[in-house]
Design a protein around this ligand. Structure first.
Ligand SMILES: [Fe+2]
Ligand SMILES: [Fe+2]
Length: 176
């Protein structure tokens, strides 16, 4: 791996841990304000981001480079509303997508093919993440300030199933 690609991946590891921390902070705000479903959704999202960071962490080590972990910025802890939480989550995902694209372009320019292959997964993942969060934002805009409808959305968010569950389902289907 070239030094600049390694450096950029290291920054991405920090960004993924930062996203994990930021989602955890959003989860805390939601649960403190008794949006327990959203809190559960955001906790699961925080775990996913942790998984993204670890995927890159493992990749750097697999390529025989040392990992220099950077500091993580303190995430925002105050939000105006549950809509504000998810609008910020969407902005965060859009920024991550731009970073991943730039990182992919760098790996391409420097012909680091292994990094390009690794980053493909992240490009696909970002499409999914942006789609999911923008659907939640759209729903929250639709219901506006109607408390009963907001609680419905919150309940729905609490029904989030993790990728692990889906894999377990697929496994169960294959076993049948
Ligand atoms: Fe991520
Ligand atoms: Fe994400």
């Amino acid at each position: 791996m070239t030094p600049s690609v390694l450096d950029a991946i290291t920054r991405q590891i920090a960004a993924e841990f930062g996203a994990s921390f930021s989602y955890l902070s959003m989860a805390a705000w939601c649960e403190h304000h008794k949006f327990m479903g959203a809190g559960q959704w955001l906790r699961a999202q925080s775990q996913e981001e942790h998984g993204h960071a670890m995927k890159l962490f493992n990749f750097v080590l697999a390529r025989n480079h040392p990992v220099q972990l950077p500091g993580i910025d303190q995430p925002r802890g105050e939000f105006a509303s549950i809509v504000d939480v998810f609008e910020r989550a969407l902005a965060q995902e859009q920024e991550v997508s731009r970073n991943i694209d730039a990182l992919y372009e760098l790996a391409f320019r420097e012909k680091v093919f292994a990094a390009m292959a690794e980053l493909q997964w992240f490009i696909t993942e970002q499409v999914e993440e942006e789609k999911t969060v923008s659907e939640i934002v759209a729903k929250l805009h639709m219901v506006k300030d109607d408390p009963a409808s907001i609680l419905d959305v919150d309940r729905e968010l609490g029904g989030r199933r993790d990728e692990g569950d889906e894999e377990a389902d697929r496994g169960a289907k294959h076993a049948r």
